[in-house]
Design a protein around this ligand. Structure first.
Ligand code: NAD
Length: 457
């Protein structure tokens, strides 16, 4: 059975989260596997020449969760991934896109590799070979890639170029997160981190804390973490702790952001930044602060450390940083800690990616103000809907965000029916959250009407 190929702790996390939401939504058992398990999973071997002349084969994956709302959409990760992790990330992308009202299913891809151990030539070779292997499975109307951990704009440009070379024409819309010169959109590079910072500001406001008096600790200092830190600092938040895979620094009086920026521009990693404010990486997460932003890897907020967190806001820049065991603890601490769940908190990246795809399809590029106007309307709506649903149904923010996302997908699957034949339609119990799902589906319709090109489902 296909679902037997998925396993591991990250997939188990996605499965448990889905079960909790499905129980809350009273989704019938017979519908659950169809909603949870991915439509397709592809595994490929990617051989490249190493710089010393050896040939080495890397394992690559792509998982497409569902194609009910449109093409699938999701990042490509170069790290020590396995198929279960990629599948979990694809599933989370589905709920994230549905919550934001985007006409996509979720996807994710990855290569099991340490990207920091590759020379630039090897990185290009591996990126191109991976895309070449993926050509039969992806397309602008089937599955659209984007950057994620260990990949960046340059990798997206190589993906786009490789795909285009094989098609004999330039097809920008095959990936998003590209440089502007390769068909990228204004506002994408910093989108995810700036979105995290925007929602943190909304949460601070909600709690009556002024940004100027707030402190923040950020784990992970790549695309998402560093932009979040710089953007929060612009809003007046004092950054007192940062970490990446090379080092962790903590200074309760505030780290010097200008120095951090200069150091990162020169070295590309935190190691060597300071000799005075070294910190134990695992200790960083449990230091007192107003805003804690995990922006690196999964499963760092656990059943063990959740009770020790001393933050007011947990803003999940990373995907899947909080385990279901930690969620149970955080639910008990809901009056102390305001959680911005990943599928809401880091959604700005995929929203701007959606705008990039629409612009590429139309060959009509927007002013930055247009990108931001549309973006904030979607982010604000998702924020308000999540808070309202959580309050009304007395559930956690994560449960509320996921309930809206899952309901949108469930509703679309129900409306489309089951190909090729259905003898009897299932009758579903519709909780209050479903009303919000319908509103989100209407938004998808509006978004579609804004596009001249038909979406091929
Ligand atoms: P990145 O590769 O640019 O940065 C990852 C950062 O995490 C690096 O600074 C790395 O040193 C650090 N890191 C790795 N292991 C660590 C550890 N054990 N402890 C502390 N730091 C560690 O990746 P990114 O694009 O910033 O993605 C980070 C997270 O955000 C991922 O979960 C990703 O899925 C999620 N995300 C990214 C985007 C995007 O647009 N790039 C969008 C949504 C979500």
């Amino acid at each position: 059975m296909t679902k037997a190929i998925y396993g591991g702790p990250v997939f188990e996390m996605a499965r448990q989260q889905f079960k909790r939401v499905a129980d809350h939504l009273e989704i019938l058992e017979m519908e659950r596997d169809r909603l949870l398990y991915p439509k397709r999973a592809i595994a490929v071997s990617c051989p490249i020449h190493r710089d010393d002349g050896r040939t080495e084969v890397f394992q690559g994956y792509r998982v497409q969760h569902h194609l009910t709302l449109g093409p699938t959409k999701g990042g490509t990760r170069f790290s020590q991934v396995d198929i279960g992790e990629v599948a979990a990330l694809a599933i989370w992308m589905s709920w994230k896109c549905a919550l934001a009202g985007l006409p996509y299913g979720g996807a994710k891809g990855g290569i099991t590799v340490d990207p920091y151990a590759l020379s630039p030539r090897q990185l290009e070779a591996l990126s191109r070979r991976y895309m070449q292997e993926m050509i039969p499975f992806v397309g602008p109307h089937t599955d659209v890639m984007a950057p994620d951990m260990g990949t960046n704009e340059q990798v997206m440009a190589w993906f786009m170029d490789t795909y285009s070379m094989y098609q004999g024409q330039t097809i920008n819309e095959i990936v998003t997160g590209k440089p502007i010169s390769a068909g990228g959109t204004l506002g994408r590079r910093e989108a995810t981190g700036r979105g995290v910072s925007y929602l943190v500001a909304r949460a601070l406001d909600h709690l009556g804390i002024s940004a100027g008096s707030a402190t923040a600790i950020i784990q992970g200092f790549g695309n998402v973490g560093s932009v979040t830190a710089y953007s929060l600092a612009e809003k007046g938040v004092k950054i007192i702790g940062v970490s990446d895979h090379t080092a962790a620094y903590y200074d309760p009086t505030g780290l010097n952001i200008a120095d951090l920026q200069r150091h990162m521009a020169k070295r590309g990693q935190l190691a060597g930044f300071s000799t005075q404010s070294f910190a134990e990486p695992s200790e960083l997460l449990v230091q007192k602060c107003d805003v804690l932003v995990p922006a690196a890897v999964e499963r760092v907020i656990t059943g063990e450390n959740a009770s020790q967190l001393k933050c007011r806001i947990l803003a999940e820049g990373a995907n899947g940083p909080t385990t279901p065991e930690a969620d149970s603890v955080l639910q008990q601490r809901r009056d102390e800690i305001f959680v911005l769940p990943d599928i809401l908190c880091n959604a700005r990246g995929v929203i701007v990616s959606y705008f990039e795809w629409v612009q590429d399809l139309q060959r009509l590029f927007w002013e930055e103000t247009e990108v931001f106007d549309r973006l904030y309307r979607i982010l604000e709506r998702s924020f308000q809907q999540t808070i309202a649903c959580a309050k009304r149904d007395r559930i956690s923010h994560r449960m509320a965000a996921m309930a809206i996302g899952v309901s949108v997908v469930q509703s679309a699957k129900r409306t489309r029916g089951l190909f090729p034949w259905c003898s009897k339609r299932a009758t579903l119990i519709e909780p209050e959250c479903h009303r919000l799902a319908i509103a989100a589906v209407s938004q998808i319709r509006e978004n579609r009407q804004a596009q001249p090109e038909r979406i091929n489902v």
